[in-house]
Design a protein around this ligand. Sequence first.
Ligand code: NCD
Ligand code: ZN
Ligand code: ZN
Length: 395
Amino acid sequence: QIVDADGLVLLPGLVDLHTHLREPGREDAETVYSGTRAAAKGGYTAVCAMANSYPVADTAGVVEQVAALGKAAGYADVQPIGAVSIGLEGKQLAEIGAMAHSAAKVRMFSDDGHCVSDPILMRRALEYVRTFGGLIAQHAEEPRLTEGAQMNEGAVSAELGLPGWPAVAEEAIIARDVLLAEYTGARVHFCHVSTARSVDIIREAKARGAKVTAEVCPHHLLLTDEAARTYDPVYKVNPPLRRESDVAVLRGALAEGVIDAVATDHAPHAPQDKDCEWAAARPGMLGLETALSITVLALGGPAGADWDAVAERTSRTPARIAGLEAHGRDPQPGTEANFTLVDPAATWTVVPEGLASLSRNTPYAGMELPVTVQATFLRGRATVLNGKIEEETTE
Ligand code: NCD
Ligand code: ZN
Ligand code: ZN
């Protein structure tokens, strides 16, 4: 294929460390097929599929199923994340070795499967990944401190009379697992970091040499808890949208590299789970098709964009964290290239009905965003060309 890339920016294919593909179990909200098409549209060539499917990805069978569905779809490499535990109590370790040695070659294990925060289990899981290789993707939430929570705890929640999600529910787990990471010598990656204090804890941990990394979501780089005043459930998300001051600190930490990567936490939800009152709605918002635009905004806007920083935070570093060696590299002669071409001067308006995702719960509906994805190539084959998804991707 010959592509006219005049005026376009070449990026290594984007890598998402945190995608909810909803298959198996909630194929009405997303499937591996629809979710990876959304990924390609957003410039991604690889996604890590979060473990909270139904059934949860806590056995070799489920992770192999997800990986096989990804391969069959052909739109992005799908790297399943395994759950650290099995069962609702969350006290029993999952067979991490079996998932690691399965055809899915799982390297990341998360408590965002069965939402658990048991420290004994976490210590054992860390000891396992130290032995088998890989890392823990820590969901960074103490669920006992967020029971009944509806939005960020603060001045706005007090005014609206909605129960708050305290920042300390996130910070306490991050602090604990920094210490457990140092104690065990294992690697921990903190998911969806959303508060200024979390950033401080991670900065200090890194300065001591702890093997920790962290991601931030696009929505936490742009939106605040003021959005809850609309009572529109599209703004309900876990962790919740925080304060303006948190947004500023997160942006700074991303530019600086204290936060290593942007991850979407793409969380599609079916209409009945969002078109309802705030309290009944599930938390989560779409992310794959808008993440690059929001990242560019957060890193200085399209005119002053530091494209090397964009490549670093959306591709090279997440590829390194996930151990996805074929990704996060500039195309080299003789290798199958994973890359994306973006138009830095173009803008687009987010129309929910026009998204490739099966779901419609984007908080950016009607917004004009910078930067369009013109083409995405997975192993040398176009998944997106001239801004359109290719219908044939597999031989
Ligand atoms: C996640 C989902 O929908 O799976 N939602 C979200 O708001 N991030 C689960 C979760 O993290 O609560
Ligand atoms: Zn989560
Ligand atoms: Zn998530």
